[in-house]
Design a protein around this ligand. Structure first.
Ligand code: ADP
Ligand code: ASP
Ligand code: MG
Length: 406
């Protein structure tokens, strides 16, 4: 007998028929004698709809009420799934975040899970009942509903698996595993049988939304056996594993992209100590997340500084910089139409030439690189949005990742 956490994403619970399909998948684990805790997302599109409503109420000032509204999609699907399971003769009950409880910090809209109480759930699981948990939500120190950031149901599932000491955490989604690149854009992308936590963490944080970044962090920290698979087929999915479980390490295992980038250039700022601190200090105070940064070589004591911020922070960042009296520049140029493309692979640690291959491939397609950043296992470039699909496909071929034609 195993204890399993199954998480079903938005498409998998997208309508009543699909929720009934999920109930059948849960039943097949129960029939094998396993204990099952299920985490569900809201129906696909529902969270966007709810976020839209909050926007229509005027300037968002109370993030606690935002959380009350946007967490409700998961309440609906968890109740419906419990009903569908009961209809199949399986004892089941839904458990809201505050009932479990899933304690989080107080950062409404982007809360982090602090602790999960497991006594009640464990008792029910041991008694043969299925527990159905709405993903994405918890309860804050103020005793109010919190949400975990977009895509947060993945994190609910992995955290629950860690707390319940589950043998497995299966993430059911609308693709049958983690691919070398987003299969919706690169049709030649290949499904990976295994990927390391570290690579998955990079892929997720660089834009591959198949798993929320925090869920991978949590899985890595607690050694949760994590599998990504399809709720619409019986095929094996992708296992997220430790590096020593992968015998043949690929140089590059995946390519990710993020459209959530905007570029700001400050033309001709003084090149002297303290200038960077004066630019980025006020941005940090305004909670603007700065990602890539380049500073050019100084000419006659002046230099250009270019950096990227999330699209949603662009207008705030520009406002902060325009107001600042500490930084003098000739011109501020902003550009929201950029995409960050990244190649990821643990094999990069021991091999040279990965970055050069990327630069040459983009050059051959006439694609200009605007900003570059690297770490031990990734190289990222910023390019114009109009070329990003071309860039992904060309790089996918250049690194030998294309699936063979069938
Ligand atoms: P869910 O609602 O099940 O959580 P998401 O939409 O959040 O599903 O994540 C699944 C989507 O992630 C896929 O439909 C796919 O388009 C996208 N995706 C991006 N990069 C990858 C990748 N490398 N492998 C698989 N899917 C990816
Ligand atoms: N429903 C939430 C969202 O769309 C959480 C999730 O599905 O993971 O972001
Ligand atoms: Mg998701």
């Amino acid at each position: 007998m195993a204890r399993i956490v199954q998480k079903f994403g938005g498409t998998s619970v997208g309508d009543v028929e699909r929720i009934k399909n999920v109930a059948r998948r849960v039943k097949s684990e129960i029939d094998l004698g396993n204990q099952v805790a299920v985490v569900v997302s809201a129906m696909s599109g529902e969270t966007n709809r709810l976020v839209g409503y909050t926007g229509e109420m005027g300037a968002l000032v109370d993030a606690r009420e935002y959380d009350v509204v946007v967490s409700s999609g998961e309440q609906v699907t968890s109740g419906l799934l419990a009903l569908a399971l009961q209809d199949l003769g399986i004892p089941a009950r839904s458990w809201m975040g505050w009932q479990i409880p899933i304690h989080t910090d107080g950062i409404h809209g982007k809360a982090r899970i602090a602790e999960i109480g497991t006594d009640a759930l464990s008792e029910r699981l041991n008694g043969g009942e299925v527990v159905v948990v709405p993903g994405f939500q918890g309860v804050g120190p103020d005793n109010r509903i919190t949400t975990l950031g977009r895509g947060g149901s993945d994190t609910s599932a992995v955290a629950l698996a860690a707390a319940l000491k589950a043998d497995r955490c299966d993430i059911y989604t609308d693709v049958d595993g983690v691919y070398t690149c987003d299969p919706r854009i690169v049709t030649k992308a290949k499904k990976l049988d295994k990927i390391t936590y570290e690579e998955m963490l990079e892929m997720a944080s660089l834009g591959a939304k198949v798993l929320q970044t925090r869920s991978v962090e949590m899985g890595m920290k607690h050694g949760v056996r994590l599998q990504v698979r399809s709720s619409f087929s019986e095929d094996e999915g992708t296992l997220v594993v430790d590096e020593d479980e992968i015998v043949e390490k690929e140089l590059v295992s995946g390519i990710a992209y993020s459209k959530d980038e905007a570029k700001i250039t400050l033309v001709s700022v003084a090149d002297r100590p303290g200038v960077a601190a004066h630019i980025f200090g006020p941005l940090a105070e305004a909670s603007v997340n700065v990602d890539m940064i380049v500073q050019n070589i100084s000419e006659e004591g002046r230099t250009d500084v270019t950096f990227t911020v999330p699209n949603g922070d662009l207008s705030r960042a520009v406002e902060v910089l325009e107001k600042s009296t500490e930084v003098n520049y000739k011109q501020l140029i902003s550009d929201p139409d950029v995409v960050k493309v990244s190649v990821v692979g643990v094999g990069m640690r021991s091999h040279a030439g990965v970055a050069q291959n990327m630069f040459q491939t983009l050059a051959d397609k006439g694609i200009n690189i605007q900003v570059i950043s690297t770490s031990e296992i990734k190289v990222s470039v910023l390019i114009a949005e109009e070329y990003f699909e071309l860039a992904l496909r060309a790089l996918h071929t250049a690194y030998g990742l294309d699936a063979e034609e069938v």
